[in-house]
Design a protein. Structure first.
Lengths: 216, 99
């Protein structure tokens, strides 16, 4: 037990208090490499959509001299499947790097802070997903990409209260990008690739540089 | 001159009690296992200090169940919050006084 006759004791006490407050209320094991991996999968997904799925679709146009309803229906289904696959791959990669970082730090991945982070991220994401599925139900696909970006940005801003605060700026960028996308609805795929691919990679590298470089 | 040490609270001399209060101040409710995990202490050790804090009226205990397992959660009381912030203020004054 300390007697508190030393100023260093008081300083150490305050440092301990601050660290415990921080560690018990925020999940800080989120790895920057998770962002980079998610970004790479997003770019790969966008490339597949642009150069394989759309190419097949336009080839069909040349043969028949018009888009058939079935060709369009197939394209939509393929895009939806691709999006689901990209999301799953990005999520697993993000999970892997964060798991690796937290086990290096000796903290557990499933604790009150990570649960709170998941829940607060999930609310805007789930609302966004249902909203987008609703738009597809009415065949309005024009705002799918902007809606993805905006809801994802809102989820990040909300999540920033429970993890590294830097993620808030990624959230702002996604929201702004989504709003700009509203004016160029035909270019959704490119905005999508910038928002989910390029921004994730930039964010991931800068986070890795800021927090993990020394440890690696 | 007033002795700056008088503002310090004896209860928070102990690192574990200090830690428990730090965690409870920023979290509404925390259960025993999560406290144990965050402070890296043994069951018995943590339990003793929690009883001490409870007897001082600084924390309140809520005994609940998740299925058949007991789930005891802890939260800070009004007087605990005041005692702890007073203690931090005293610590800060001490550091300022030295400079």
């Amino acid at each position: 037990m300390s007697e508190h006759n030393q100023p260093t004791d008081s300083l150490k006490d305050i440092r301990d208090i601050r660290q415990l407050m921080e560690r018990s209320s925020r999940f800080i094991s989120l790895s920057g490499l998770s962002g980079v991996a998610a970004g790479l999968f997003a770019l790969a997904g966008a490339a597949i959509a642009r150069y394989i799925l759309f190419k097949n679709y336009y080839t069909a146009y040349d043969e028949r001299g018009g888009y058939s309803d079935t060709a369009f229906a197939t394209l939509k289904l393929q895009l939806l499947g691709l999006a689901a696959a990209v999301f799953a791959a990005a999520f697993m990669a993000a999970f892997y790097f964060t798991w690796r970082k937290s086990s290096n730090e000796g903290t557990s991945l499933w604790n009150p802070t990570s649960r709170r982070l998941m829940w607060n991220m999930l609310i805007p994401l789930a609302a966004g997903a249902l909203f987008i599925l609703g738009m597809l139900q009415y065949n309005d696909w024009r705002f799918v990409a902007p809606a993805c970006l905006i809801f994802y940005g809102l989820a990040l801003v909300n999540a920033s209260k429970y993890t590294l605060t830097d993620i808030r700026y990624l959230g702002y960028c996604e929201i702004v990008l989504g709003l700009i996308n509203m004016q160029w609805v035909g270019k959704g795929l490119y905005f999508w690739a910038i928002g989910f691919g390029v921004l994730h990679i930039i964010y991931g590298i800068s986070m890795w540089w800021k927090y993990e470089r020394k440890a690696a | 001159m007033k002795n700056p040490i008088t503002g310090l609270n004896k209860v928070f001399d102990n690192r574990i009690r200090l830690g428990v209060m730090s965690i409870l101040l920023v979290n509404e409710e925390v259960n025993f296992n999560d406290l144990k995990q965050m402070l890296e202490v043994t069951d018995g050790n943590l339990a003793t200090h929690l009883v001490n804090l409870e007897e001082n009226g600084y924390i309140k205990v809520h005994k609940g169940f998740i299925g058949k397992k007991t789930n005891t959660t802890y939260a800070v009381t009004k007087s605990g919050e005041k005692a702890f912030t007073d203690h931090i203020t005293a610590l800060e004054n001490m550091i300022k006084g030295i400079k």
